[in-house]
Write a new protein. Structure first.
Ligand code: FES
Length: 202
């Protein structure tokens, strides 16, 4: 009989079949306006993505650890020289590193240690007109990403056009059905697609 109680925990994939320890597209760069933020869904989880007034992109879990209010409904304010996102309910402020920087209800002589309060922070990377975020398998991990961010080579800073849509699809369906990698070396090297004069493409 299989030992289902002591099965090794899965790494790199969620119970729903989403790939973790991977980079995902958060937004085209132009969608992140300085000083603003908005909510997206990533692997079934709410994430607030935004850009500080200094131009730094950030991504945090869009659930305040206090009473679960969406941080995306808050506003960005400066706190002791750094940009923070303020929760709209009780005003807790979180830095782009996910750490709590201010609780308005705390008195100056309170011994409470703010550094104990954190919201999940996703590493971000901006290149070629897009912002990517990294989803670690362990939501509490502070380790740097296990794989480098996507690198598409020397693309222009600003893409000529962007197609933006949300597909409700399992990863297998997305890769096999949408991109269908197996067709590329066959179809894209055919004479009617890519004439011999331009050379074959690997
Ligand atoms: S719910 Fe966010 S500070 Fe209370």
């Amino acid at each position: 009989m299989p030992d289902t109680q002591h099965a090794a925990p899965k790494q790199g994939i969620t119970d729903e079949g989403y790939l973790t320890d991977s980079w995902y597209l958060a937004a085209p760069s132009t969608d992140l306006v300085a000083g603003k933020q908005h909510r997206i869904m990533v692997l079934g989880e709410p994430v607030v993505v935004g850009r500080t007034p200094k131009g730094e992109p950030f991504a945090l879990r869009d659930i305040c650890p206090h009473r679960l209010v969406p941080l995306s409904a808050g506003q960005q304010l400066e706190t002791d020289g750094e940009w923070t996102l303020q929760c709209p309910y009780h005003g807790w402020r979180f830095g782009t590193d996910g750490g709590c920087k201010l609780m308005p209800s705390l008195t100056d002589d309170s011994p409470y240690d703010l550094s104990k309060v954190k919201v999940r922070r996703y590493p971000v990377h901006e290149a070629n007109g897009a912002v990517y975020l990294y989803v670690a398998h362990n939501p509490r991990s502070d380790a740097p990403p296990a794989v480098p961010p996507p690198e598409f080579g020397p693309l222009p800073d600003k893409p000529g056009f962007v197609i933006h849509d949300v597909f409700n699809a399992h990863m297998d369906d997305a890769v096999v059905g949408l991109m269908d990698p197996a067709h590329v070396p066959f179809v894209h090297n055919q004479w009617w697609w890519r004439p011999p004069s331009v050379g074959l493409k690997l």
